[in-house]
Design a protein around this ligand. Structure first.
Ligand SMILES: Cc1cc2nc3c(=O)[nH]c(=O)nc-3n(C[C@H](O)[C@H](O)[C@H](O)COP(=O)(O)O)c2cc1C
Length: 351
């Protein structure tokens, strides 16, 4: 199938590939900037984005807000006139401040999931920043579109459908993960596209939809387009790049992984996620972070009851201590056997 540019409001990405936001420290300015420079859309994850900033331990939120501005600026320098966005999880403590910081830095696009971004239209009002919810089911798509229409008369500029094969936290219950086989989930994708098309028709416009989760090759992209998508969002494929912002040791865990090493895990905040299983996952060390200071990352986390601190386990991964780490990944993470350049991946996918 022919790849058509992806139009997000008045922005156009030459290549309809969005590199998904990956936290902590996996997609920062270097990865996002390079994907954008190649004609795709580069997304910086704001999840504990300030972990390398001075003063992070004593004031994580201030460090994160400062880093949002820095990373967007650095990504733009690499991206030139490419599209740079951020991924802000709804579950983030003081979410509104993160959104405002990104808007103030003139970010092109905010993609928001891990909860329903009900407040997002209000928070970006009077700015040029485009907004996109991440949805996983027909139900969540219907709820968020209806709510945005009713509360603020706003349509999404883009909708991201994230399926059960994705990496990081997943928007499904364990039962749903079992029942949504790839074939069954395709019907859900078509249903979500139908819901979005209904709103687009009502307002005589087009709302682009991208599909995420398990997209790795050009054949996967073509398949998503055949289902009616305008493009794709990819995470795992971009982790094993030279430009990915995570440590080499983290990338190496992907290169070493076999299919059997990848499993659904329960994150400390109760949500299911997908990760490479290491000793730490089998025997989490409660000492990781719990005896230390809370870094105020997620709304729903109660430091008194969690088995380990998710922020510290993800920062360990990003920094290269992969033994005491949560190694988030998509279900394709076993496929890479070498590091690649972003440009070579983009060339391969657009050939
Ligand atoms: C290491 C890793 C971290 C991720 N972190 C986030 C995140 O912080 N917020 C989010 O909304 N999605 C996150 N994701 C999901 C990606 O943005 C993307 O949608 C998904 O991985 C697509 O599936 P794929 O990895 O099979 O291509 C993460 C994915 C990975 C692999």
């Amino acid at each position: 199938m022919e790849l058509k540019p992806l139009k997000i409001g008045d922005l156009t990405a030459r290549i309809p590939i969005i590199q998904g936001g990956m936290g902590v420290g996996v997609s920062l300015s270097r990865l996002a900037g390079n994907v954008a420079a190649c004609g795709g859309v580069g997304i910086i994850s704001t999840a504990q984005i300030g972990y390398r900033e001075e003063g992070f331990e004593s004031n994580p939120i201030e460090s994160n807000l400062r880093a949002i501005a820095n990373e967007i600026k650095k990504a733009r320098q690499i991206a030139k006139d490419g599209i740079v966005g951020v991924n802000i999880m709804v579950a983030t403590k003081r979410y509104a401040e993160y959104v405002k910081a990104a808007v103030k830095s003139g970010v092109d696009l905010i993609i928001s999931g891990a909860g329903l971004p009900t407040m997002l239209p209000e928070l970006v009002k009077d700015s040029k920043t485009k907004i996109a919810p991440i949805v996983s089911t027909i139900k969540s798509a219907s709820v968020i579109l209806k709510m945005w229409e009713r509360k603020s008369g706003r349509l999404p500029d883009l909708v991201v459908i994230e399926g059960p094969r994705a990496g990081g936290h997943l928007g499904f219950s364990l039962d749903q993960l079992e029942n949504f086989t790839p074939e069954v989930y395709e019907e859900e994708i078509k249903g979500i596209i139908g819901v979005v098309k209904g709103y687009a028709k009502k307002y005589e416009t087009h709302i682009p939809v991208v599909v995420a989760g398990g997209i790795y090759t050009r054949a996967d992209i073509d398949h998503a387009l055949k289902l009616g998508a305008d493009g794709v969002q990819m995470g795992t494929r971009f982790v094993t790049t030279f430009e990915c912002d995570a440590s080499d040791e983290y990338k190496q865990t992907y290169l070493n992984a076999s299919k059997e090493d990848i499993a659904i895990v329960k994150s400390p905040v109760g949500m299911p996620g997908r990760a490479i299983i290491n000793d730490f996952m089998e025997h989490p060390k409660p000492g990781i972070g719990i005896n230390g200071k809370c870094l105020k990352c997620l709304e729903r986390c109660n430091p008194a009851t969690i088995p380990y601190c998710i922020t510290r386990a993800l920062i360990n991964a990003a920094k290269g201590n992969t033994e005491d780490a949560l190694l988030f990944c998509g279900d394709n993470a076993y496929r890479a056997d070498k590091l690649e350049h972003v440009k070579d991946i983009m060339d391969e996918l657009t050939k």
